[in-house]
Write a protein that binds this ligand. Structure first.
Ligand code: ZN
Ligand code: ZN
Length: 252
């Protein structure tokens, strides 16, 4: 019996004893619906979180591009990663959810968003996309981790790695200095802000990922400057291919 099936059976038994509540609106989740889902969100919240007007670019996740396989944003910015999976646009329900997971009490919601995003990635990998060898979360400076008591991005990355049955090494990358928050800057300043911001913390383990395909995970992608900088760092150190998964994509 696969681990996934075993986890589902255990979950069904637990649901009989402890009814489940939606981690976003706190309403009870009907038993029948809870049994079909791998995450603690009600049907209404899932619809709200995953609804986005128009389609997103497969390369950079930007919503409403002119063409499906590439867009004017990709051409302008020359991304080093090859594609991006996005749960939805950074607005309404999803914007509230992304802000909520950054707080110290946001762990259950981060788990639920991770489960939704991992389903999206897994379906593509199973049917037509190339396999992923390792999942790496975008790192957070240790001072910010201390304030937030951990990182929601780590939780989401581990959910995806578990769904794909691949490794997700702990703190493989590091942040070298405290930078300004990307969301507060314009596009040009964001690129300067993240220049040489990251480094490989576990250099001895780098050889294990040479020639491999990496999935970088973040909670929000704005201009893509952070994911681009990290992609370049990994490619320069021998990684073959970088793809990205992010909970939300903003319009900037
Ligand atoms: Zn709900
Ligand atoms: Zn694009």
């Amino acid at each position: 019996m696969s681990t996934l099936k075993l986890r589902r059976i255990t979950r069904c038994l637990t649901d009989l004893i402890y009814p489940r509540f939606c981690t976003l609106c706190y309403k009870p989740i009907p038993d029948e619906f809870a049994a079909r889902r791998d995450c603690d969100l009600c049907e209404g919240c899932i619809r709200g979180l995953t609804f986005s007007a128009g389609f997103s670019c497969q390369r950079c996740g930007f919503f409403r591009p002119l063409e499906r396989l590439g867009c004017h944003i990709c051409e302008l910015r020359r991304y080093h990663f090859e594609r991006t999976w996005v749960l939805g646009e950074y607005a309404n329900h999803l914007k509230r959810a992304v802000l909520a997971i950054k707080s110290s009490s946001g762990r259950p919601l981060a788990n639920a968003l991770g489960a939704l995003l991992s389903k999206r990635v897994r379906l593509d990998i199973e049917y037509y996309d190339e396999p992923i060898d390792v999942v790496i979360p975008v790192p957070t400076h240790w001072k910010r981790r201390l304030v937030r008591r951990g990182s929601s991005v780590d939780i989401i990355a581990k959910q995806i790695a578990s769904a794909l049955s691949v490794r997700c090494p702990d703190r493989f990358l590091k942040v070298t200095r405290i930078a300004c928050k990307q969301g507060t800057l314009d596009a040009a300043s964001r690129r300067i802000n993240v220049k040489d911001l990251f480094a490989i913390r576990q250099k001895k383990r780098m050889h294990a990922y040479r020639g491999k395909s990496v999935l970088l995970v973040d909670d929000i992608m704005t201009s893509g400057a952070t994911l681009n900088e990290l992609s370049l760092l990994l490619l320069r150190n021998g990684v073959r291919q970088v793809r990205c998964a992010t909970v939300a994509r903003s319009a900037a």
